[in-house]
Design a protein around this ligand. Structure first.
Ligand code: ZN
Ligand code: ZN
Length: 438
């Protein structure tokens, strides 16, 4: 049986960018070495992470690639973000993802100017989240916010009277007004009442955040320097708590992960994967790419038989409309992946959780490139790892939920359909003292 290294490059695929005449990955592909070598020696294809034309969020895309049913098993983004930030979600605690954002007051509404407040980061972001915490506790609201990275954070709400089944305040586009939080459709009875309580509190928190953050000295200083003020938090990703089967129970792997961003740590932790900590792994363009690859390879040496390695900044650069920088970052990933070429007895998988358009700054429902390498894998004649070439690949076009089966098969862990009763665990017949038959 082989081990597996699965590399997910976030938002890797893109659209045709007029100034490049192709996608950022296609543009840089002729200059890639490690990824092209793997493509040349391996099997490629395309994959719709969830379904054709469905632009997945990162967590939905990942769950689907890991073989989970996102309709039945998706607990909401806030749940993963909280786990990723190290918050243990006890019963009676619900969580949401937050963005520090820039809004402008127009006709009594708050219009979103920048959903990420110019990617505010570091001390400024942390202090603003802290200021909001003080205001929440002064107002007697049973909620807390926690800064994670850049503009990102988590909001937790504690109390049996709350339920996560509420809509986002984040309109997910600039130029649109901040939305009112409301209970999901189709709720009734006690669930509806708890969702109504939650929505009311979330709307209060949004107004409070605008009041407190607008006049905070950090924002006054930012505006003097021509930067965008982070004068509100946008709240999203509620959900209903659901039991998620562990990755080990589902697929039989002893899995570990390397990731910088809170969401990805949260997803992997929720599935029971062990964290490999890497110094300088930040989930930004400045992340320690060689260190992350090294951490993943060491985990394989240490006996983990499935290692998930996540790289984030390709997605962030697409959201920010920077296709050339995205391409350059892909080249840096490629350099860092050089040691992967030395692997033996391992299935190497490279793919993405969704396409992100550098033109439109949002996730798209396109298929993304897929690359599979194993010592014995059937080759196709694709030589460059990019959208256009992988479309000719020998694996064809798959859905995210097919990927784990393909991996199991290449890793010699699949069960031939109809032959063995149990796919994961084999018990050996033990020879010992002869049975005494009466
Ligand atoms: Zn993503
Ligand atoms: Zn994204």
């Amino acid at each position: 049986m082989l081990s597996v290294l699965m590399i997910v490059i976030d938002g890797l695929a893109d659209e045709t960018i007029p100034e490049l005449g192709c996608t950022p990955l296609e543009w840089i592909a002729p200059r890639l070495r490690a990824l092209n070598t793997l493509a040349e020696r391996g099997l490629t294809g395309l994959i719709y992470p969830v379904a054709p034309g469905v632009p997945p969020s990162s967590d939905a895309g990942h769950l689907s690639l890991f073989g989970y049913d996102i309709v039945r098993e998706y607990p909401g983004r806030g749940f993963f973000e909280a786990l990723g930030a190290g918050i243990e979600l006890r019963p009676g605690v619900i969580a949401f993802r937050t963005n520090l954002a820039t809004v402008e007051e127009r006709d009594g509404t708050l219009v979103v100017v920048d959903r990420r407040a110019g990617r505010i980061s570091g001390e400024d972001a942390r202090l603003l989240y802290e200021a909001l915490n003080e205001a929440l506790s002064e107002a007697g609201i049973p909620a807390k916010v926690l800064h994670t990275s850049e503009h990102r954070g988590v909001l937790v709400l504690e109390g049996e009277e709350f339920l996560g089944a509420v809509t986002d305040t984040d309109p997910h586009e600039t130029g649109a007004p901040v939305l009112m939080c409301q209970p999901w459709d189709g709720l009734s009875g006690d669930m509806l009442k708890r969702a109504q309580n939650t929505a009311k509190v979330i709307n209060e928190i949004t107004k409070l955040a605008y009041r407190v953050l607008s006049r905070h000295e950090i924002n006054e200083r930012r505006m003097r320097r021509g930067l965008r003020p982070a004068n509100v938090i946008l709240i999203r990703g509620g959900g209903l708590a659901k039991r998620i089967e562990s990755f080990r129970d589902k697929w039989g792997f002893r899995a570990a992960f390397v990731a910088g961003g809170a969401l990805y740590k949260g997803i992997a932790r929720a599935l029971g994967m062990d964290e490999i900590k890497v110094k300088g792994a930040t989930g930004t363009v400045n992340t320690n790419l060689p260190g992350k690859v090294d951490g993943a390879l060491k985990a394989l040496e240490r006996g983990y038989d499935f290692v998930y390695l996540h790289i984030k900044a390709t997605d962030s650069l697409s959201h920010d409309g920077r296709p050339r920088e995205k391409a350059e970052f892909i080249a840096r990933i490629d350099q860092a992946l050089e040691p992967v070429l030395e692997l033996e007895d391992t299935v190497v998988v490279v793919t993405s959780d969704h396409a992100t358009s550098s033109l439109r700054g949002r996730h798209m429902g396109y298929p993304v490139p897929l690359l599979l390498w194993a010592p014995h894998v059937r080759r196709d004649d694709v030589k460059h790892f990019c959208e256009r070439e992988c479309a000719r690949g020998g694996a064809g076009t798959l859905l995210g939920r097919d990927l784990m089966n393909l991996i199991l098969d290449l890793a010699d862990r699949a069960t031939e359909l109809g032959l063995r009763p149990h796919p994961r665990e084999y018990r050996h017949l033990v020879l010992g003292a002869p049975l005494r038959l009466r």
